[in-house]
Structures are given as structure tokens and as C-alpha cells.
Design a binder for this molecule. Structure first.
Ligand code: UDP
Length: 477
């Protein structure tokens, strides 16, 4: 794009404090900066070092990107000091306090808007108050949901038509009403916060987030048109939403070369010694931490499958690891690798040795799997993940479902092992080596090419980003 033809726009990006929300918004700010925008990311002290590291490469390339730090009101709501990320709020009570704290950020955002007078505020959907605040300064507020068109449409349909109210049991099947394709779910897969009547901090937040949608300037969607065309159209026409799809945003990461240092990560070196498509990658995102009995089932399923694996587990190394079968790591030496903590997911998925991805269906993970051309074993847990599973297994047909029937909160997930080893073994082999595997892999490869094209000049996401910047530029910025 000819960036010089724009007056320099200054955009504030305000991500919600949880990795699944933060990562794409940081990448979005970098993408905008690479198109000549002055991008300012707002965050809190605990999160700031991660932001600084993430934008380093973009700054070095000479793009205009900065960070503004505001205080997170932990004390005001009774959270422990430093609990500035949703991932660190590990109990229901802490999560409730965390949601409450995010409403208290408003005066500080007002202050920085007043001081810096940007031309636009892109804020996460979890900051519903940002719309009225932006209006106070006469600037557009754009919502970032962090999910794709399919899940946005499914959520709106379920909210509008309430199909679950017509069902008599949790196991009863329903079809998503007024939807471009026939999608069946069971009642227990609908998020509890949609079904329950009791008011919590989260239901209040969810309601406020819906209510501010129509007053906002529009939505930036981290997706690309070719991935979900019927749903991108449906969102705009049936629901009348003004949306720009500009993804997959992660592609910018590769260009910015921020992750060069990850080349040394042991998992990537380990993968270099493996045959193409011979390793399955297992990771459940940043929030899900299963109980020991579920991890034991995963270990047993992996071993029985006979496939190579990289398994990311959010546990520290210690002497007594009761979540692993006796002698597991010794037996799996050379065959499988366990990463305790944070894995470099994008480069792992893009490695040619990776042939399958067991995913909790977080939207970022789905997009990363799609962009890497990797078929998936879907294991949804919470949020909108059960809808994402249907996109992969029914619409795109690039994955198989492990068979989860119950939506959980990230806290509930610690209560029981719902997926058994046999299902894990079976679905891993279905995706890695069965007759259907080749078809899934071929479809996944086509999507990867489409994703790559979408963000290049002439691609659908590039075009939408250009038109958004033009529209913002024409607002008198
Ligand atoms: N992620 C990662 N390493 C990990 C776990 C997660 O890089 O060990 C990244 C992953 O690549 C994705 C994000 O964290 O970009 C998780 O977002 P997603 O929407 O998939 O799930 P959530 O964490 O929000 O449930």
C-alpha cells in the first residue's frame, strides 16, 4: 500500500489482558504500523515487558509503534498484587474480581485519550464502555472480538432465537437457527453464561458488550474471507454488522521476523530430526489447565497412538509428577517431547514435521493451524470453542472431533477427565495416518495457500485493511 498517501493516522489499541486476546491485538498494532499508522498499545505494568519484546522487531524496522502503561486496579477489587492477566485469575472468585477490575480502567483510558487525542480507538469487546468514551472525544471505537465470523454468527443466532429454551435435556440436539449451513449441537455445548439466569460480573460484561455493538463504528475480524465466506456475508447482511476482515494477522509476525530467536528453541531443533507429517502437536491454549486424571488419559492416548508428539502442558517440572504414567518420558524418549509452560506455537505448527494439531479450538489456535495447513483433532473446552470445532469439522472438513459434549468454564475443567484415552488414540490416528487423512491434509493445504494470499497485496484481507484505513483517513483525521 502507498502509505505516504495517508495523513498519518494515530490509533490506540487496547487489548484485554489475557494472552488469547493480547497476542492478536499486538500483532494487529504491528500490522497497522507497517501500513504507516502510528500505533499505540495500552497495557499494564505486569504485561508491559511482553509487549515491549513483541514490538521490538517492528520498531527496529523503523515503524511507529509505542506502548502506554496504565495501572491495573488489583487492590481496588481485592486481587493479589500482579494479578493483571486473566490467565492468572485461577478461581471463579478471582475471575469475577478480574472482570470487575476491567471496568475500573475507564478513567485512566479517558485520561490518555485526552492527553494523546488519537484518531481511533480499537478496543477489545470486553471493554464495552470504550464506545461511549471514544464518542466523548469524537473518535470512532472499533471492536475487536478475537473470534471469527462463524462463531460470531452462531453466538448471535443462539442469543436471538434461544433454541436451547425449546429443549428438554442437555443431550438433546438442536440446529443453529437461521444459519447459512446446517450445524447441529447439543444443549450442553452452549456456554453456561448464555443459559443461566443468575447475574455475575461476566454476564453483566457479556450483556454490556452486546449492547455497545450497534453504537460502535464497526468490527475488526481476525479472519480472511475465503475461510468462511458464507458467514462473513451473513454477519454483514443478516446481522447488519460493519466488519473488516484483515487476518490472519499472525502472518505479519513472520515478515517482522520478531521470532528469529525462537529458532533455537529445543522443540524446533527436535522437530528438524523428524519426518514430514510424523508429529502431532498438542496444546490447549493459554487458559486451560486440565486435572491430573485428564493428563494421564492424554499421555496414555498418545503412547497408544504410536505417533510422534510435542505436548504442551501448563505445569512446572517437579519430582512427583502424578499427571504422567510411570516411566512415560523415558519410554517416549526420541518419540515425544513434553514442553512444560509456554511453547513457540506458531513456528512449531509451521514446521514440516507437524502432521496434526490437537487443539482446544481457541480462535487464534484455529487460525494458526489453518495458516500452517495442519489438520486438527478438535477438543473444545469453553468460550466459543464448540462453534469453532464445527467450522473445522463440518464446514472446512480439515479435522475430526475428539467428542467433547460438555461446555465448561476454565475453572470447571479441573473437575473430571471427560475424554478417554481410546478416543484420543483413535482421532490422532484418523488425522495422522488414516485413509481420510490425505483428504484432510489436501484441504488444509489449500486453506494455507488462501491464507497466505489473503494478506498479500491484492488479497481480500489486504483490501479490507486498505479500505478501513481509507475510511478512517476520510473521517477528518
Ligand atoms: N500460545 C503459545 N504457546 C503456548 C500456548 C498458547 O504460543 O504454549 C499462543 C497460541 O499460539 C495462540 C494463543 O497463545 O496465539 C492462544 O490463543 P487461543 O485463542 O488459541 O486460546 P486461548 O488461550 O485464548 O484459550
Amino acid at each position: 500500500m502507498d502509505t505516504k498517501s495517508h495523513k498519518q493516522l494515530h490509533i490506540f489499541f487496547f487489548p484485554y489482558m489475557a494472552q488469547g486476546h493480547t497476542i492478536p491485538l499486538i500483532n494487529m498494532a504491528k500490522l497497522f504500523a507497517s501500513h504507516g499508522v502510528k500505533s499505540t498499545l495500552i497495557t499494564t505494568p505486569l504485561n508491559a515487558p511482553l509487549f515491549s519484546k513483541a514490538i521490538q522487531g517492528t520498531k527496529q524496522l523503523g515503524f511507529d509503534i509505542e506502548i502506554l502503561v496504565i495501572k491495573f486496579p488489583t487492590e481496588e477489587v481485592g486481587l493479589p498484587q500482579g494479578c493483571e492477566s486473566g490467565n492468572l485469575a485461577t478461581t471463579t472468585e478471582m475471575k469475577e474480581k478480574f472482570f470487575k477490575a476491567t471496568f475500573l480502567l475507564q478513567p485512566q483510558i479517558e485520561q490518555v485519550l485526552d492527553e494523546h487525542r488519537p484518531h481511533c480507538l480499537v478496543a477489545d469487546a470486553f471493554f464495552p464502555w470504550a464506545t461511549d468514551l471514544a464518542a466523548k472525544f469524537g473518535i470512532p471505537r472499533i471492536i475487536f472480538h478475537g473470534v471469527g465470523f462463524f462463531a460470531l454468527c452462531a453466538t448471535l443466532s443462539v442469543l436471538l432465537y434461544e433454541p436451547h429454551l425449546k429443549l428438554s435435556s442437555d443431550s438433546e440436539v438442536f440446529t443453529i437457527p437461521n444459519f447459512p449451513v446446517e450445524i447441529k449441537l447439543i444443549r450442553s455445548q452452549i456456554p453456561a453464561f448464555i443459559k443461566q439466569n443468575a447475574e455475575t460480573e461476566f454476564t453483566k460484561l457479556f450483556k454490556a458488550a452486546r449492547e455497545c455493538e450497534e453504537k460502535s463504528f464497526g468490527f475488526i475480524i481476525n479472519s480472511f474471507y475465503e475461510l468462511e465466506p458464507a458467514f462473513a456475508d451473513h454477519y454483514r447482511t443478516a446481522f447488519g454488522r460493519k466488519a473488516w476482515h484483515i487476518g490472519p494477522i499472525l502472518s505479519w509476525n513472520k515478515a517482522a521476523n520478531d521470532e528469529a530467536s525462537l529458532g533455537q528453541h529445543k522443540s524446533l531443533n527436535w522437530l528438524n530430526s523428524k519426518k514430514p507429517n510424523s508429529v502431532v502437536y498438542i496444546c490447549f491454549g493459554s487458559m486451560t489447565n486440565f486435572i491430573d486424571s485428564q493428563l494421564l488419559e492424554i499421555a496414555a492416548g498418545l503412547e497408544a497412538s504410536g505417533q510422534g508428539f510435542i505436548w504442551v502442558v501448563k505445569r512446572e517440572k517437579n519430582d512427583k509428577e502424578e499427571w504422567l504414567p510411570e516411566g512415560f518420558e523415558k519410554r517416549m524418549e526420541g518419540k515425544g517431547l513434553i514442553i512444560r509452560g509456554w511453547a513457540p506455537q506458531v513456528p512449531i505448527l509451521e514446521h514440516k514435521a507437524i502432521g496434526g494439531f490437537v487443539t482446544h479450538c481457541g480462535w487464534n489456535s484455529i487460525l494458526e493451524g489453518v495458516s500452517a495447513g495442519v489438520p486438527m483433532i478438535t477438543w473444545p473446552v469453553s468460550a466459543e470453542q464448540f462453534y469453532n470445532e464445527k467450522l473445522v469439522t463440518v464446514v472446512l472438513r480439515t479435522g475430526v472431533a475428539v467428542g467433547v459434549e460438555q461446555w465448561s468454564t476454565f475453572v470447571d475443567v479441573k473437575k473430571e477427565a471427560s475424554v478417554k484415552r481410546e478416543a484420543i488414540e483413535k482421532t490422532i490416528n484418523q488425522v495422522m495416518v488414516s485413509e481420510e487423512a490425505e483428504g484432510m491434509r489436501a484441504r488444509a493445504r489449500v486453506l494455507r495457500e488462501m491464507a497466505t494470499r489473503a494478506v498479500k497485496e491484492g488479497g481480500s484481507s489486504f483490501a479490507d485493511l486498505t479500505s478501513l484505513l481509507e475510511e478512517l483517513g476520510s473521517l477528518g483525521a
